[in-house]
Write a protein that binds this ligand. Structure first.
Ligand code: HEC
Length: 168
């Protein structure tokens, strides 16, 4: 009885192994698939940055004719102040450089000092200065734009804004 169960088990194992093997092509060697996936990852990452760079200079994200690059040229600042309206009030915040900006989000920003992520901050600028529709924060475009803006924080350590100590 034990012998029968054991041989059925062995046959099943052989069938399973044959099945797994048949899905791989003849030239697939162990590690090939991993290499393919790694290559795919890099290409995806680069195309995300390329899309982010395009969005950064895209004036069609809003209706003012401005893009991110108009005020933050190549991650720097155009200088001066930008005018925005909030609940009927006119405000003129200084235009900051984006060098190191990505490293201090989430942070309280905007007239309500709401805590926003970098994507949320990008959306605040889209709404206030481009007068465009904010991006869905889960969209690939929002991620790609944030990915590109993060490049201006290369080698900048993560510097959270919060002063509160973590309590147990
Ligand atoms: C008309 C000029 C203008 C345009 C166009 C503009 N911004 Fe801004 N941006 C500002 C101003 C002004 C601030 C500071 C806001 C504040 O202090 O509340 C700011 C702040 C930021 C910050 C936060 C910087 C920090 O250190 O806190 C980020 C990130 C940012 N902008 C990204 C973008 C992106 C991405 C775009 C394009 C979608 C964009 N901005 C378009 C003027 C602009």
């Amino acid at each position: 009885m034990i012998k029968i169960v054991a041989s059925i088990f062995i046959v099943l194992c052989m069938l399973l192994f044959a099945g797994l093997n048949s899905s791989a092509t003849a030239e697939d060697k162990p590690g090939d698939m991993m290499q393919k996936m790694m290559k795919m990852g890099k290409a995806n990452f680069e195309s995300s940055l390329e899309n982010g760079e395009e969005l950064y200079s895209d004036s069609s994200l809003g209706v003012t004719g401005l893009s991110c690059n108009s005020c933050h040229p190549r991650g720097g600042t155009a200088g001066g102040k930008a005018e925005m309206e909030y609940k009927g009030m006119i405000m003129r915040p200084k235009i900051p450089s984006l060098k190191g900006a990505a490293a201090h989000f989430p942070a309280p920003r905007g007239p309500e000092r709401k805590v926003v992520s970098l994507k949320g901050m990008n959306n605040l600028c889209i709404k206030a200065f481009l007068k465009g529709k904010p991006m869905d924060e889960n969209s690939q475009n929002a991620t790609d734009l944030a990915n590109f803006v993060s490049l201006f924080s290369t080698n900048v350590p993560l510097t959270p804004d919060g002063k509160m100590k973590y309590k147990k």
